[in-house]
Design a protein around this ligand. Structure first.
Ligand SMILES: Cc1cc2nc3c(=O)[nH]c(=O)nc-3n(C[C@H](O)[C@H](O)[C@H](O)COP(=O)(O)O)c2cc1C
Length: 242
């Protein structure tokens, strides 16, 4: 695992396999399953970050290639609501956005991936503004005809099978407050992914994070590892069923 802040703020396991890569054949040829991780916490060494790292390790243990994006390290500007990206050429896989930052380059990887792990702390009862800002910019992956009033935008790159996502949410409020703290985070992520036909595979809330013991956190790290492994297995099943 190599942390390379010079490399656009993410690090990649692609060239650092510890496990046999999991390959499958699609219409473009042989492909290695790719899982992307997105960290929505501003703390790159915080709890959320450690849980995401473990989840990606779990995915790699099942043979997937993984790549991680620490959103705080990237240049991600606010959507300006100009609607340009989802109105231009429906043949484009990624609509052109007039904002010059890192989002188009992240989305180039995004559209080649088979699965995603989104990790965010609860901030003010929902996902962080950092994560939300990225989700809003993902509208570039959708197309809406100029006369499609009231309709949902269409996915620009409908996958030939259902891609899957897993979510990790951390919060100060204890596990028993999951419904009020974590569920709004899961819903925000799900409604963003729904347009892209990405199903949820696994949701995990780690509450009471401010006073969690080392032993309790270790157990949650193991759960995060299983989340990553489970996601890869789940995608493998979806590919087989396809
Ligand atoms: C601005 C802010 C708002 C927060 N709001 C909530 C909240 O609404 N509910 C909650 O359970 N925790 C809340 N927290 C606590 C964070 O969720 C917690 O510190 C975080 O999950 C720890 O993860 P990290 O180490 O990756 O930052 C908040 C923290 C900050 C800084």
């Amino acid at each position: 695992m190599v942390l390379d802040p010079e490399d656009g703020g993410y690090y990649s396991y692609r060239d650092h396999f510890h496990f046999l890569p999991l390959c499958y054949i699609d219409w473009k040829g042989i492909k290695t399953m790719l899982i992307l991780g997105f960290l929505g916490s501003p703390k790159v060494n915080g709890h959320c970050s450690k849980l995401l790292a473990k989840a990606l390790e779990g995915a790699a243990s099942k043979g997937a290639a993984t790549k991680r994006f620490d959103l705080i390290r990237l240049n991600i500007k606010y959507c300006r609501g100009c609607n340009t990206c989802y109105r231009n050429d429906p043949e484009l896989t990624i609509g052109k956005c007039p904002i010059k930052d890192d989002v188009a380059s992240i989305l180039k990887d995004y559209v080649t991936a088979d699965g995603y792990i989104f990790a965010s702390p609860v901030y003010d009862g929902t996902i962080t503004a950092l994560m939300k800002t990225f989700l809003e910019r993902k509208i570039m992956l959708t197309y809406k005809a100029p006369d499609a009033y009231g309709k949902l935008p269409e996915s620009r790159c409908p996958a030939n099978f259902k891609r899957k996502a897993a979510f990790i949410v951390t919060g100060a409020a204890a596990d028993e407050y999951k419904e009020v703290m974590a569920d709004p985070c899961f819903e925000a992520l799900e409604s963003s992914l729904m347009l892209e036909q990405v199903d949820t595979s696994y949701e995990m809330y780690v509450g009471g994070i401010e006073n969690i013991t080392a032993e309790q956190f270790q157990e949650r790290l193991e759960e995060a590892f299983r989340l990553g492994a489970h996601l890869v297995e789940d995608i493998g099943k979806a590919l087989q069923d396809n």
